[in-house]
Design a protein around this ligand. Structure first.
Ligand code: GTP
Length: 323
């Protein structure tokens, strides 16, 4: 059984504006590498040998970094949507580039998860499923696609973003489609997989299963979540093979100049060419390449854009400066 993958990375990332005005969300730095690198390494680790990046917004920024994938142990191809086709349309468009395979793992490009992908694939095969959705439990399902399961883990209903969710199980943004099922999505049209494709699969009687895994899960689609994801990866709350080796609870890139009197902790990531002057405290934050942080600053749970200058003595809490 051959498994390939599609990574949905074409969205505009409006909830992250202005962080995404120059850089698409999946290329934003999270724990030392573009977020997408964590997902590509996860796919490679689960035995997937080919992945197509479904791109649209700022599509040209992916290939110069990821190339043909050789550096990451996986073959990478790029599907470009001239105008965004939505999540379902993007899957259909990207599938045209796949080599022969039996099933396709589809990743949302903005979910950090500790779920066992190899086990999800095995679950899909064992159940002879046509579609298998990774599900996680949340306290409040209103902002997500909510799923009702039958006793044998088949999906009974799927309802995208509703005021009174029927359960607390949600679509966690990583699903497996048998290759031939993708051909049921209309070509060259804007289609939402959540609003149109999943409900139509259920209506047409496809075998859709839910794979429940309650390990770490975070939608990195807003600034607070993005900075938390980075800190969690650096402090080891969640692990990723893509996180650069580091010691302690911070990651300071080679070439950054950090005063010996500065306290850098709680998962802070300092990019190359940053200067941090004396007596600063920087906690749980991301400091972009080339930024200069004056003496006596306190920066907590914040993101400082590349090349931004922060004046001495400033206090920055849960803020996003310089974008
Ligand atoms: P927001 O605008 O902040 O909601 O972010 P987003 O644009 O990323 O949208 P959303 O979070 O709903 O998207 C989920 C995933 O699908 C993300 O990884 C997006 O990059 C991706 N995505 C959304 N729309 C498209 C699209 O039209 N084409 C492709 N290829 N991917 C998409």
């Amino acid at each position: 059984m051959k498994t390939s993958a599609i990574l949905l990375v074409g969205g505009m990332g409006t909830r992250l504006m202005p962080l995404t005005s120059k850089t698409p969300k999946p290329m934003l730095q999270v724990a030392g590498v573009p977020f997408t690198e964590h997902q590509i390494r996860k796919a490679s680790q689960a035995g997937i040998s080919e992945i197509v990046l479904a791109t649209s917004y700022k599509a040209e920024l992916f290939e110069p970094y990821f190339g043909d994938g050789a550096k990451f142990g996986i073959k990478i191809k790029y599907a470009v949507e001239e105008s965004a086709l939505g999540t379902g349309g993007g899957i259909r468009n990207a599938a045209a580039l796949l080599d022969d395979c039996d099933q396709v793992v589809i990743f949302n490009g903005d979910v950090l998860s500790g779920h066992d992908l190899a086990a999800q694939i095995q679950f899909h095969i064992n159940n002879k499923a046509e579609v298998t959705m990774y599900l996680t439990k949340v306290a409040d399902a209103r902002a997500y696609g909510c799923v009702e399961l039958l006793a044998d883990n088949q999906v009974k209903s799927f309802l995208e973003k509703m005021e009174n969710p029927v359960s607390n199980l949600i679509n966690a943004g990583c699903y497996i489609f048998n290759r031939k099922v993708i051909d049921q999505i209309p070509a060259n049209q804007v289609v939402s997989v959540e609003r149109v494709t999943f409900p139509s699969f259920l209506n047409s009687g496809l075998k859709v299963y839910g794979y429940l895994d309650n390990s770490y899960w975070l939608d990195i689609g807003n600034p607070q979540a993005l900075v938390k994801a980075s800190a969690d990866l650096i402090t080891g709350v969640i692990t990723s093979v893509a996180t650069p080796k580091h010691s302690g609870d911070h990651l300071i890139a080679a070439g950054a100049q950090v005063s010996s009197s500065a306290i850098i902790n709680l998962g802070t990531f300092i990019e190359p060419k940053v200067v941090v002057e004396s007596n600063c405290q920087i906690s749980g934050s991301i400091i972009g390449s080339g930024a200069k942080i004056g003496a006596n600053c306190k920066i907590v749970n914040s993101i400082i854009a590349p090349d931004t200058q922060i004046e001495a003595g400033m206090v920055v809490i849960s803020n996003y400066l310089g974008f």
